[in-house]
Design a protein around this ligand. Sequence first.
Ligand code: RUB
Length: 270
Amino acid sequence: MNNKKRFSKIVQDIKDIKIQGARNIAKAALYAYSLSPTKESMSSLVHARPTEPMLVNTLHKFEKFGYKKTLEHFQSAQDKINKFVLRTIRNNSVIFTHCHSSAVVNSLVYAKKHRKRFEVYNTETRPLFQGRKTASELKKAGIKITTFIDSAIDIALESKQNSRKVSMILLGADAVLKSGVINKVGSGMIAELASLHKIPLYIVADSWKYSSHYVPIEERDFREVWSRVPKNIKIRNPAFEKIQARYIKAVISELGILSHSEFIKKAKKN
Ligand code: RUB
């Protein structure tokens, strides 16, 4: 396969969610852009998933620092994040997560390897079921996992309906903004329920997800929801949603375990 074909395949895989999650998307975009570093390539990568400032930030870093140095950031940031998440997990706890975040999954696998005792509740995450990916990866690492249908989020978080109460929520992020965090649709509702049930909600995210610009919410194809929908039924399929800053206990990034406002200050400086 030549570079042009390889580039187009990566863009298509990002569009089709074969490559998913902000960090994996940014990493794949970095490689694709290194194959074809032109204005047009930048534009097709940026438009492949519009809610991804990490992708944009990564391509700008590439222009300043080159491929190798930019790529190194991903692992070194994740290594630091893993250590910070390890500190926040209490033994014998139940952790709730949503969709598939490589930052969350990596840090949970790291915590398990470092002998933390915990189990995980997660959601299947319709319409594309990224929750199954999370469940399979955690199971493979020997972590006890229970998957709930999305409509049962309140049941998952409500202590009376489960043998054990959820002690913390770990969510990934697509964008960290001054007003809050954008993550998979459903995250806003989870944050409101977390506040109702007094469960701390942490965002686990690389600081390159910070953006001082407006970030649009991607609306995806209706066929993901209902492929043969009868005429005159309109389908809405927003991919992401904002979590208001007031619901966030801390943002765990390579910069530390910081309140949302402290994170914004530090990320702005970087
Ligand atoms: C994935 C999603 C993830 C964030 C963070 O949505 O919302 O929580 O992207 O992921 P989609 P990561 O499946 O639509 O891309 O921690 O891997 O950056």
